[in-house]
Design a protein around this ligand. Structure first.
Ligand SMILES: [Zn+2]
Length: 78
């Protein structure tokens, strides 16, 4: 049985639109997080867990300044 070596003349281009859309969504999520962090700075709740109100770990905040939940209330992997 012969192997078909039929291929498109040119490699299929990476769907750049799709890639850009994902980048845009990531940027929008980040902006959303910054917005919320700023609002929390305004009302004085920045650095506290939005669920239990406990203080967030300084090291965690340094790693992710947009953190809104303590370790206990963070969903794993999120
Ligand atoms: Zn908490």
């Amino acid at each position: 049985m012969p192997v078909t070596k039929e291929r498109p003349a040119e490699p299929v281009p990476v769907p750049e639109i799709e890639e850009q859309r994902m980048l845009l969504q990531a940027a929008e999520r980040l902006l959303d997080g910054v917005d919320r962090a700023l609002a929390r700075l305004d009302d004085g709740t920045y650095g506290t867990c939005e669920v239990c109100g406990g203080a967030l770990d300084d090291g965690d905040l340094e790693e992710d300044p947009l953190l809104t939940r303590c370790a206990a209330h963070r969903s794993p992997g999120a």
